[in-house]
Design a protein around this ligand. Structure first.
Ligand SMILES: NC(=O)c1ccc[n+]([C@@H]2O[C@H](COP(=O)([O-])OP(=O)(O)OC[C@H]3O[C@@H](n4cnc5c(N)ncnc54)[C@H](O)[C@@H]3O)[C@@H](O)[C@H]2O)c1
Length: 438
């Protein structure tokens, strides 16, 4: 099966009819494992569609917050959470899976110390699901991972529990992959309206997953195998990673040649076809774009191949914080000051504007380098009060205007909408804006 189609009836009559009905008449019980940036919005969307939903998270504070109707994810309001209170609860006990018809896995897939995929969360949850596997259960993996994760890592864990009981995938239980595409902070495309890629280990697995998700998402995009869907998700994020790194290299090239990067970009973007505009910045941050392409690179290495663009883009991306620290140094040189000992205030520590998430943030790398150079570095971020968790011994300054006035140089690393460029330009001795091109 290829291309985009509207979800319709299941393709095989072997799908247990009562299960299909429970999905269609929305009387099914659905679990969501991992109530983070992806899992909590999905749990709310499933409940809003009418399912009875139970979120499973090992973090007791999150479980407690969900049960009290207090959201910790900016894209989910307390009102939205409380609006689903009758249908949504949370627990840290996997045993609830025994009562569920379906389970969506929304667990982290970071990189380990060596830069390889850390799929330990998926494996841990797979073992838990295997313990509570029962006929009729549909399992959908949402986490971003390398091609083969669903069929070669998760399926064997479930089959180990199923085989002794004579249960087979696609007959007694169902396994699918449907990658999450949510972009935190975005409001023009929602969890419901963003097309959702979906693939089953078998035709019946796809039919079961579609029957569940077609109540929640406007457009499902079925593809022929979980590995195809896994590759599509990695390619989407690799596309962004490579293009952002390319435009960051453009910035470095224009800088060397004394050209105005903004003008070059604006001129190139007037081409009405064949050009997509990306903007330079401090580097690529966040839990997905700088991480996911390395899943692809790892997979290619293990298949004796390589993902050359990913590796080059990774090198360029890693150079960007150093590029901006050199710009600070040059600007200070211009007024006869050294970086060492100068007061440098970095505005924004989050990985992108208006989110409270500093994972892999380039702003943190800029701060690390400034501290290494013995600058008197400080930062301001209304959403990130401390960087201790990221290993940087700094807390956000509180009084923004006063600190801007005292700094030798102010760097806008993350352009939160509260930062008024004109006001800052009037107060700062030197203002460098890494997001100037947005
Ligand atoms: N954040 C994004 O913008 C985004 C977008 C698209 C896809 N993704 C992908 O979605 C997946 C989830 O990412 P996220 O940002 O929601 O992660 P997250 O860190 O925000 O949330 C994960 C949650 O899982 C919980 N958890 C960890 N191990 C657990 C276990 N064994 N059992 C139960 N709960 C456990 C954690 O306590 C946490 O609440 C990742 O693969 C990520 O790459 C993320």
């Amino acid at each position: 099966m290829t291309g985009r189609e509207n979800p319709s009836q299941p393709r095989s009559s072997a799908l247990p009819a009562p299960l299909f009905e429970r999905f269609h008449n929305r009387s099914a019980r659905v679990a969501v494992i991992g109530l983070g940036y992806v899992g909590l919005p999905l749990a709310v969307a499933l409940a809003a569609a009418g399912y009875e939903v139970v979120g499973i998270d090992l973090n007791e504070a999150k479980v407690d917050a969900v049960n009290r109707g207090r959201s910790y994810i900016a894209d989910v309001t307390d009102t939205a959470l409380r609006g689903q209170a009758a249908r949504l609860r949370a627990t840290s006990d996997y045993a609830v899976l025994r009562e569920c018809d379906a389970v969506s896995i929304c667990l982290p897939t970071p990189l380990d110390q060596s830069g390889a995929p850390d799929t330990s969360h998926i494996v841990a949850s797979g073992r838990e699901i295997a313990l509570h596997l029962h006929p009729g259960l549909t399992v959908i993996l949402e986490s971003t991972s390398y091609p083969g994760t669903t069929s070669e890592l998760l399926l064997p864990l479930l089959e180990a529990a199923a085989r002794p009981r004579g249960w087979r995938v696609g007959e007694a239980f169902f396994l699918a992959f449907s990658p999450e595409r949510v972009d935190p902070g975005r409001s023009d495309w929602t969890i419901r309206t963003t097309p959702k890629i979906i693939a089953g280990v078998t035709e019946n697995c796809l039919a079961a997953a579609r029957a569940l998700y077609e109540q929640v998402f406007d457009t499902l995009v079925p593809v022929s195998s979980p590995s195809t869907a896994e590759m599509a998700k990695l390619f989407e994020n690799t596309f962004r990673f490579v293009n952002i790194s390319l435009v960051n290299e453009l910035l470095q090239m224009c800088d060397k040649l004394g050209l105005d990067t903004g003008q070059v970009l604006e001129a190139a973007a007037t081409k009405p076809f064949g050009f997509t505009r990306f903007s330079p910045g401090p580097g690529v941050g966040g839990p997905c774009i700088p991480v996911d392409p390395h899943y692809l690179a790892w997979k290619m290495r293990s298949a004796n191949g390589c993902a050359r663009f990913v590796e080059l883009a990774g090198r360029i991306n890693a150079e960007m914080p150093g590029f901006w620290v050199r710009k600070v140094q040059e600007a200070l040189d211009g007024v006869g000051k050294e970086l060492k000992g100068s007061r440098v205030l970095v505005l924004g520590a989050a990985y992108k504007p208006d989110v409270a998430d500093a994972r892999e943030s380039a702003a943190i790398e800029i701060l690390r380098l400034l501290l290494q150079e013995e600058a008197a570095a400080s930062y301001h971020d209304p959403y990130i009060t401390s960087l201790a968790d990221a290993g940087v011994p700094l807390a956000s300054v509180v009084e923004l205007d006063g600190e801007v006035g005292k700094a030798d140089c102010v760097v806008i690393a993350t352009a939160h909408s509260i930062y008024d460029r004109a006001n800052l330009a009037g107060k700062a001795a030197i203002l460098l804006d890494t997001s100037f091109f947005d």
